[in-house]
Design a protein around this ligand. Structure first.
Ligand SMILES: NC(=O)c1ccc[n+]([C@@H]2O[C@H](COP(=O)([O-])OP(=O)(O)OC[C@H]3O[C@@H](n4cnc5c(N)ncnc54)[C@H](O)[C@@H]3O)[C@@H](O)[C@H]2O)c1
Length: 242
């Protein structure tokens, strides 16, 4: 890590932070000096003892709900006075092929994976000073067309596109917007694939292993920090070469 990869003095909102990559980001960001507002619709497990001294506030938050975003923004401003980093990380993955995708599956992905990113960016941007950073978590599913997860893939393509649009609109304000595209990362989300499929996919990963939540948290740290101050509108794939 370079000295620039500190988040000292920055306030970060991270969604979907009760599990997987969101939890890893919250922990790493706090360890690098950020005051973190960690949000999730699910309950948070108690904090591990080694992070007791770190500033991580946990909040109940439904990312698909406009009023819920207002509460999170108000909380961050009331407690910390500013918002420098937004990580739109929360997501769901309920893979179905196009022919099997019903409206309920489509709407759920749209709401949690796509609408959330729009609502989050719109709610936070007015309060973000120049030098701030928004990180939208998309997927390698938005870099091509893999079969079997139509609504999920579509929502992640939308996140990739919204990132480009927001990056161009927010650049004059000095706010950077980038998307992160993880490959197969070892979190509770991938259990739905079943062990056999996950084993088969990991065997095809050039670096020979699944990604870990910390691998992705380190990339998010770089994009959140001033070390990446000239990067905006980028889409960064982190998939072990997949
Ligand atoms: N794990 C992978 O292989 C992988 C690959 C590519 C992209 N991603 C993306 O990475 C992000 C993090 O996923 P993860 O793998 O850590 O999964 P995870 O299931 O461990 O964590 C996702 C979190 O989002 C939360 N969430 C779900 N609905 C919500 C809502 N309405 N409001 C607020 N929070 C909500 C869940 O409660 C959970 O804590 C997601 O956007 C996911 O699509 C994951």
């Amino acid at each position: 890590m370079t000295d620039l990869e500190t988040l000292e003095g920055k306030v970060a909102i991270i969604t979907g932070a009760a599990s997987g990559m969101g939890a890893a980001k919250a922990k790493l960001f706090a360890a690098r000096g950020a005051q973190v507002v960690a949000t999730d619709i699910a309950a948070f497990a108690s904090e591990p003892s080694d992070s007791e001294a770190l500033v991580v506030e946990t909040l109940h938050h439904d990312v698909g709900d406009e009023a819920s975003w207002d509460s999170v923004v108000r909380y961050a401003l009331d407690h910390f006075g500013r918002i420098d980093v937004l990580v739109n990380n929360a997501g769901i993955y309920k893979p179905l092929s196009l022919v099997d995708t019903d409206l309920a599956n489509w709407d759920a992905h749209y709401r949690v994976n796509q609408l959330s990113v729009f609502l989050g960016m719109r709610a936070c941007m007015a309060h973000m000073p120049s030098g701030s950073s928004i990180i939208n978590v998309s997927s390698v599913a938005a870099m091509g067309g893999s079969p079997g997860s139509f609504a999920y893939g579509s929502s992640k393509w939308a996140v990739r596109g919204m990132t480009k649009l927001a990056a161009s609109e927010l650049a004059p304000r000095g706010i950077r917007v980038n998307s992160v595209h993880p490959g197969l990362i070892d979190t509770p989300m991938i259990a739905v694939n079943g062990e056999e499929i996950n084993r088969m996919v990991s065997a095809q990963i050039p670096l020979g292993r699944l990604g870990s939540p910390v691998d992705v948290a380190r990339l998010a740290l770089f994009l959140a920090s001033d070390a990446s101050s000239y990067i905006t509108g980028a889409e960064v794939v982190i998939g072990g070469g997949i």
